[in-house]
Ligand binder design. Sequence first.
Ligand code: ADP
Ligand code: MG
Length: 727
Amino acid sequence: MSNFRIRTLQEFSTHRAERFFEEDRPVSEYFGQNVFTMERMRKYLSPDAYAHVQSSIREGTSIDRRFADQIAAGMKTWAVEMGATHYTHWFHPMTDSTAEKHEAFIDRDSEGHVFETFKGNTLVQQESDGSSFPNGGLRNTFEARGYTAWDPSSPAFILDSTLCIPTVFVAYTGESLDMKLPLLKSLRALDRAAVDVVHLFDRNVRKVNVMLGPEQEYFLVDDAFYRARPDLQICNRTLLGHTAAKDQQLEDHYFGTIPSRTMAFMKDFEVNAYKLGILLKTRHNEVAPNQFECAPLYCEANLAIDQNLILMLLMRKVAKKHHFKVLFHEKPFDGVNGSGKHCNWSLVTDTGVNLLSPGRTPRTNLQFLSIFVSVIRAVQEHSHLLMSSVASLSNSYRLGGHEAPPAIMSVFVGTTLDKVLRSIEDMSDYGGEDGERARLKVINDIPEILPDNTDRNRTSPFAFTGNRFEFRAVGSSVNVSAPMYVLNAAVARQLVRFRSLVDERIAAGEKHDDAIFNVIRQYVLESKDIRFEGNGYSKEWQEEALRRGLRPVGEVPEANKALIEPATVELFSSQGILSDRELYARYEVQQETYTKKLQIEARVLGDLIVNHVVPTAIKFQNTLIENCQGLKDLFGAERMRQMCTSQLRMIEKISRYVDSLRKDVHDMIDERRRANQIADVTERAEAYCSLVLPYMQKIREVSDKLEMLVDDELWPLPKYREMLLSR
Ligand code: ADP
Ligand code: MG
């Protein structure tokens, strides 16, 4: 084995499960201790200021400057008591990570007296000098300033002795430069639209909240292996590597016993998450070796997303202590399952009713159906946009694979509701007594508790699972705001339409419930094609979907175009969520990100081939040649040739492989150079996709063949077997 690999393996074997500091208090005693909760606000703020924060959270309005100083002072007192020394406006730029710039609380007055201070102005808004965040051209004008502004609906928290204040990030012009602002706007649009529909049934409801439970999948690799693989280090995925003889075929990892070292890691990050108010509920092994999942209890979507991002930060940090590297990449290892972040999504009223749960009475069932079919109708109308919202370079390696949701959108509802929707389709559109009887029968047929479809159809990208929808195509590495604001916007739009169609029918003389039912029926008919109960991975479905006219999502640069199609611009701008300029900026950022990431991958691959793989192959080939040479000296050329037929063939094969690798790397670099000359972001991304990417696949295939030929002792990179199967 190469010295490097020996050292790596030795280092790995010293990484045993250790006992880390464990909290022995019950979780309930320290849960949320690092969060400035409403309870703490009540304690640290004056009643007036507290009431003001409460109302701005409820109404989604910003904080009045009159109260800002008081709120800031209260927040600072608490934070300093908790040992915080710094504060930061914590925000979500248009990347998948979060950003922070720390400022100390400490200051000095004119007499040299040092004190802690935090002013209302600094809490509410800050000018951000980080002009190097992706902005898609929104900040290239003469006015490049950007601002972060407090989002009071997500509480401040303390991480690493720093008070983190969740904020939105906007340009001087008010255009959003982040993921949070459009999310908040979409939540408000959906709230308004849903309340209007719910008022057909219940006038007491004042607010509808979007609830989200994101399931986070991830891989763990030993730190030593990670550092020995430049591809993992730089690209978060392996660009080379032959699959292990055994990986997930025996299905013995899923839900298996969690290895003790992993368990120590999980417990450690869970304690930290609890202190930050993140209510983690489940942990288990996933399908692939060394793949795991954790899921929080669902909560209000804005908070759920903040918490998911905090969780990812925490997991990365805690993993270090355990000599692990946590990989959130969608496809770190070829040939085994990839990782997603299933988004469990539902709508709950301020009166505590889950609108995606049928109720006890025909009325509540009618309400359930109204919302349920509106979601399906929304997915049908914007199916391509929704699927495109999860497209990225990393997710493209996962989607469409045999284990991951296919690239065509469809909705799975389960047998019970499929039957209900089918009988609605079969009914005719009229009022009258017969009609009413038939309708009541359909509605009464909906059981109060629907079966949980969670494990019934894992092949659907968008499945109804009893009391929520689960969007499964979302990638594990992303900030899920984008797929969520697309979904929210699409549903809000259909709910607005629903209400106005019902109002029109009522105005035309239809009875209240007849009108509602007829619109439900219209939606069921309109959205029929998006419903699919079968196996989404099958070839038949691909064909059937095309017959139905469903648009599959193609390559990422193509998928990105969905963001600037007229229907998308209309969807977002009419609801005030994103303007055409903002959408275009996002589009540009996505195309650029795709190109840059692929460019980095191609560079790393070239380096690995030229500096690791080829020299190793030649070294090995030389030992074969030496061996043949020796045999020739001993037995003569004729005998040697007889004795070494396969060995000579191998020598030739290695030369062929090395030659083809060198040539392909060279050609790939040429294609890259050519692509880099293209000024247009779209054309450049397309060139990378169609001209550079294919080389990467080709090169990998050959290199993986060499890995199987070359003496294991010489191979410089940790192998799949080592990374995936060592515990
Ligand atoms: P599974 O893997 O079987 O889908 P998990 O327990 O791993 O289930 O995750 C399910 C996620 O869905 C959890 O985060 C859970 O809190 C969330 N969830 C459950 N009910 C709802 C709901 N009504 N709305 C939104 N999310 C929900
Ligand atoms: Mg799960």
